[in-house]
Design a protein around this ligand. Structure first.
Ligand code: ZN
Length: 82
């Protein structure tokens, strides 16, 4: 299952990338890709701004907007502004 979180595989890829020869740091986009690939975060699609007033997902590009959230299997899903 694609959304099944695998924190160990995520941690291993982060460290192997960090230690690889070409770069010594991992930028935010790279880190987000790794987190999605290993199910740490999940991507949700919206045709307009999502329900979270503080979220900036609809400020980047054109619809559909991609909103990244922590996998609800790891932490409770954010559905309100609290
Ligand atoms: Zn959002």
């Amino acid at each position: 299952m694609a959304d099944e979180p695998n924190p160990i595989a995520f941690a291993v890829e982060v460290m192997e990338t960090h230690w690889s020869g070409d770069c010594c740091d991992i930028d935010g986009e790279c880190l987000q890709d790794m987190a999605e690939r290993h199910g740490i975060i999940v991507r949700r699609e919206f045709s307009g701004p999502c329900e979270l007033s503080y979220c900036t997902c609809a400020e980047v590009g054109d619809p559909p907007y991609f909103c990244y959230r922590m996998n609800p299997g790891l932490v409770p899903e954010e559905t309100t502004d609290g």
